[in-house]
Design a protein around this ligand. Structure first.
Ligand SMILES: [Zn+2]
Ligand SMILES: [Zn+2]
Length: 341
């Protein structure tokens, strides 16, 4: 037999001598990069057959076998590799692919980068629904949370945990308890951080109580319950405190009440103004009219009802933000869109 390529005499494979056959037929066409998912919780790898708890070398062999197809006419291809860690999630693999055809063997060397993608296997995902370490409790200070607060806090916490993008930090479950919310969290630190952030943005007092829960790998495990008591008010609330009607202009670290009749502000410790009662009020920009009688009135934008403004505006402004209650109209220091959360 003669090789059709070079004319050499001897055994041929599909018309070629062994040398030309090997030259013409690579064993595989390797990609530059391969991805494999690894469970951040238990270390399982995801192969086509599913999640399996195998070591990295076996997982890599499986990955090469199932993602790099043999090229015809090679009949059986086996891979061996040496992995070098570039960092925790990137490996550089030096691979030998051994192909067989009739009595021929060919070894092809190549390099491929393997990216290990953090993920969560099915069973860990299920466990996640039950597992928790820290608890975040959100309550009102001497009161129940309003439905708006419950919604606001829930959204705040979920968005914050999502944004962090840490697969080990998650919410196992959320329970609405009488007058408040409980979040069961994968980490104590997460509960503490959320408590602090909630109190900073909504005004509240934070406390925490660790409880010994058990042992994990010889280490004592604590469950920390972080409690936020949201202050009695929000910025923009209108309250009656003692004899005066006031708007809340700050909630932390002190509650600042601005007396609507006099325009004077006073600051209080949150616990000192617990007895203040919220009053139904609207806040909007109103037309201000100077009547011939000398009286200055605010006009409700919807009802056109006019009410004397207290205290009277100093300049001849035509528009002002007012607080409108059942018994009067008052100049406000806050922007019109300051609504109750
Ligand atoms: Zn030849
Ligand atoms: Zn897992």
């Amino acid at each position: 037999m003669f090789c059709v390529e070079c004319g050499a005499e001897g055994p041929t494979y599909q018309g070629l001598c062994a040398r030309d056959f090997l030259k013409k037929h690579p064993v595989v066409a390797p990609p530059e990069v391969l991805d494999i998912e690894r469970c951040t919780s238990c270390g399982s790898f995801r192969l086509k057959s599913g999640w399996s708890k195998i070591d990295r070398e076996l997982a890599l062999t499986g990955l090469l076998r199932e993602t790099i197809p043999r090229l015809a006419p090679w009949e059986r291809v086996t891979f061996t590799h040496v992995a070098r860690e570039e960092d925790a999630s990137n490996l550089s693999l030096t691979v030998k692919a051994l192909g067989r055809f009739e009595d021929l063997q060919s070894v092809q060397d190549f390099r491929v980068r393997v990216r290990i993608k953090p993920s969560l296997c099915d069973s860990c995902q299920k466990q996640r629904g039950r597992y928790f370490e820290g608890v975040l409790q959100v309550r009102g200070d001497g009161r129940e949370l309003t439905p708006q607060e419950v919604r606001g806090v829930r959204t705040f916490v979920i968005a914050r945990v999502d944004r962090a993008g840490d697969p080990a930090a998650f919410i196992s479950r959320i329970e609405e308890v009488h007058g408040g919310l409980d979040f069961y969290l994968s980490k104590n630190a997460l509960g503490k951080a959320l408590a602090r952030e909630l109190s900073e943005s909504l005004g509240g007092i934070v406390s925490s109580s660790p409880k010994l829960f058990g042992q994990k790998q010889g280490r004592e495990v604590y469950r920390v319950t972080s409690l936020v008591r949201l202050g009695p008010f929000h910025i923009g609330d209108v309250v009656r405190y003692k004899e005066s009607l006031a708007e809340v202009t700050s909630v932390r670290p002190f509650v600042i009440l601005r007396d609507l009749s006099t325009g004077e502000s006073r600051r209080f410790k949150p616990k000192d103004v617990r007895s203040a009662k919220r009053v139904d009020a609207e806040r909007f920009e109103a037309r201000i009219e100077h009547l011939e009688s000398g009286q200055i009135v605010a006009v409700h934008p919807d009802s056109e009802e006019a009410r004397p403004v207290r205290p009277p505006p100093k300049d001849r402004t035509a528009h002002a933000v007012v607080v409108w209650t059942q018994d009067g109209a008052y100049l406000s220091l806050l922007p019109a869109e300051t609504s109750k959360p």
